[in-house]
Design a protein around this ligand. Sequence first.
Ligand SMILES: C[S@@+](CC[C@H](N)C(=O)[O-])C[C@H]1O[C@@H](n2cnc3c(N)ncnc32)[C@H](O)[C@@H]1O
Length: 331
Amino acid sequence: MELAALSRAAQALADETRLRLLALLAEGERPVKELVEVVGQSQPRISRHLKILTEAGLIRRMPEGAHVYYRLARDGAAATLARAALDGLAESTGEPQLRRDHERLALIRSRNQEAAERYFAEHAEEWHRLRALHVPEGEVEEAILAALGKSRFRALLDIGTGSGRMLELLAGRAERLTGVDRSPQMLSLARAHMESAGLPRVQLRAGDALALPLPRGAYDLVVLHQVLHFLDDPAAAIAEATRVLAPGGTLLIVDFAPHHVEFLREEHAHRRLGFSDEQLTAWLAATELAAPKLSHLSPPSGSGEQLTVTICASLKAAAGREPGAVGGGSL
Ligand SMILES: C[S@@+](CC[C@H](N)C(=O)[O-])C[C@H]1O[C@@H](n2cnc3c(N)ncnc32)[C@H](O)[C@@H]1O
């Protein structure tokens, strides 16, 4: 970083309100309206402070539908400077203004949490009915963990993250977690869910599975859990997931095997009634992915459940190599 840019970042930090904003963002990404509520200044003033911090490279701006979220910058000299400032602030835990800000933020979080719980409660019946159609969620999650074996990941991307359950499940396996979803409502749910799960630093972003707002090759684990059947063009989503996958990285797809539960199409927006192994394998082969390792969880006969879940894991070719098949009990 040039000296001039570093000096601009240092100057941006030389303001009480901006230090308060930085301390708030250290607790996780936040929309402008919540920062306005906590700091108690007008929206134009807060936006101006956020603009200065953003231009100095200390924080990042993330538009999401009608909202704009901010988070701390992670890379670069300005991010290092921000972390040093936060270390300094952490030593002033008794500072009354910072304590008040922290308490107000905690109130907003619990308010968000209550709203999320209301939403879950209103949809409980519907979810229950859908769950009862396939093997228990716990079994699927065990099979996912088994498919990944003991591998650890640098950066995980969960596409169509919904309430963020996959991020929660795999949080212990990855250094960085990112969830993308097209629905702002689902992202709000995920945000509340991440906070109650003690994962406030997960990055959640608005984005379409067919045109991810993310760089090529940035993730070494990409997950598509119960998302493909909502899409008109699942093959395009697989190609897009492969684009953001790093060489040698893993794509994990979990979805239904072919079925005839037609009401899912009519009442629950499913576009596709499951996918065959051949179909998935052909789509993967059309990208830079290896022949997948596939496993299935079928409901016991006579249980009334009708949907088999397929777990499909595939590796992207490491740079300069042909992709090898996923073998053994884990990746
Ligand atoms: C059934 S939920 C699954 C959520 C999550 N993966 C899980 O298993 O708990 C499907 C999610 O996919 C999201 N979705 C559907 N189409 C999408 C698209 N084109 N791009 C991004 N997300 C999408 C929906 O908003 C929804 O949150």
